[in-house]
Design a protein around this ligand. Structure first.
Ligand code: ZN
Length: 136
């Protein structure tokens, strides 16, 4: 089994933003030489996340961010964290910091409407995304 790890940077422009990173991850997979296995997309930040969802209609990421804002209010009387970004930490844990995608015939095996998103919850910032590909 071969293991390849790469990273790339993503710049957000909003405090809350979902950025489609499918093409960056797909390009790392195709350059890896690994044709069958899996890819782990991991975000080493405590106020950001990785998810997979529809990337055809931009209303979908918009509505996900709207839903997360309802679930996790930006300001609550009970928040204790002194940086003032408790909502961003909570959203990061709700969504999760990584996803695993199968690699078949040298490409990401995503559904027709699926894309990989980097989720920013405390932007704008420059962030790092790690991709590890394992397989043959
Ligand atoms: Zn913080």
């Amino acid at each position: 089994m071969k293991i390849i790890q790469k990273d790339f940077r993503v710049s957000s422009r909003e405090r809350n933003q979902m950025i489609d990173i499918t093409s960056q991850v797909g390009s790392i997979v195709s350059k890896s030489g690994i044709t069958n296995g899996d890819a782990i997309v991991y975000c080493p930040h405590t106020t950001a996340a990785i998810t997979i969802n529809e990337n055809a209609d931009p209303s979908v990421p918009h509505d996900i961010l709207l839903t997360l804002a309802d679930l996790v209010p930006p300001h609550r009387p009970g928040y204790r964290h002194s940086e003032g970004n408790s909502d961003a930490h909570a959203k990061s844990s709700v969504v999760g910091c990584s996803r695993q995608i199968l690699v078949d015939n040298g490409a990401l095996n995503l559904g027709t409407w699926q894309g990989i998103f980097f989720c920013e919850f405390d932007g704008p910032r420059s962030r790092r995304v790690l991709v590890q590909i394992r397989g043959e």
